[in-house]
Design a protein around this ligand. Sequence first.
Ligand code: HEM
Length: 415
Amino acid sequence: MSATLDGIDLVNPDNYVDEVPFEWFDRLRRESPVTWHPEPAPNHGFWAVTRYDDLTQIHMDWETFSSETGAVALEELDPEQLRVRKTMLDTDPPRHTELRRICSKNFSGRGVAAYEDFIRDVARRVLDQAFAHEELDFVSEISRELPIRFLCTIFTVPQDDAPKLIAWGDQMIANQDPDLSGAVVDKVDTEEYRNLQFRSPAALEVFEYARRQRDDRLEQPTDDVISALTIAEREGVLTERELLNYFAVLMIAGNETTRHTITSGMLALMRNPDQLQLLKDDPSLIPAATEELLRWASPVMHFRRTATRDVELRGQQIKAGDKVVTWYISANRDEEVFPDPYRFDVTRKPNDHVTFGPGGPHFCLGAHLARLETKILFQEMIPRLDTIELAGPVERIRSNFVNGIKRMPVRVSTS
Ligand code: HEM
């Protein structure tokens, strides 16, 4: 059992299965926006930060709130795990800057815009295939397909590898869901996998795959992301393990999150038919509406920092070494920033959500890509839809980290 805070327990993944417990976040923002949250052993508890402005302050001040001192997830790592599992996510500048630079060009606005036609083409093909049936699972037939096919392209790996990359990614990130992972971290002993990302055995297969890709690039260099990593290893910027971790992070981050944005976005449109109608009547609204889909979906619920010195925040005394967890899912519903935050409004403006993080050095590397994929998919899909409705229960992932849907049966009629 997780410890509770006056009835609030943000740790137990079971509490997210039916719905995100938004009423808890509302109460925390209102009554105790920086609050100490106990955790079951071996963890030691954390500060839960739930207000938008506080998230921004923390993420900008990386010297006080470090990503490197203690990693960025709730799991507490010992020095060996910290060293072995390190990625750009778990480093501070200047090392972070060096790591991020290796492939920042590939993910820049200009870098991903070059793939726009390709993405549109894939989106059309995925939709043709999915809409050949009246009833379908929206997740497995639509939202899951697009992000991984695009990753295969920027990695220049065969599209036929997409299914196994999807399966590995699911097993790693959804490591609290018995439906998706064989090694559920809070249910079975995962000690043997302690040095692997997400304590997941799937990481071993991902590493093996990345090694083979690296070896291919050594023989035949190309101009893709894996080549950039291969060169960095050859020049001594990355160790082999860092290269493998880098690959794994890109694969995981680029696969799941955009998928959940697409699914949650579609669900919100089905539940708010007036908003869907607005987009059907005027598709030029879709690019701006993408921001509301992203705010609404908030696929990553939190990341963590570790305080490097004693510091006061909203009257609370945070001690050096304390874990500080910033809840994006809460900040994206902060009524001080988003008027009527539970209204799904595709014309909302301004819409400065923190779905990709509130800024600072770790702002999502894939933000341009995720925005482009989401926008294109809805641009291609909405004009085809005469009607779309749920055809069965929506099933959510058991996780306190990803806000995701694993099954969403729908019935569609298309023109
Ligand atoms: C809707 C989709 C996405 C969401 C919601 C999302 C969310 C986030 C968030 C919140 C962070 C900040 C982590 C922190 O502050 O510690 C982050 C970082 C990151 N994201 Fe994304 N992401 C998405 C898509 C992608 C894609 C498509 C890729 C690339 C393939 C990607 C790669 C990364 C990487 C590499 C980082 C680490 C950046 C750094 O530490 O400097 N993400 N993402």
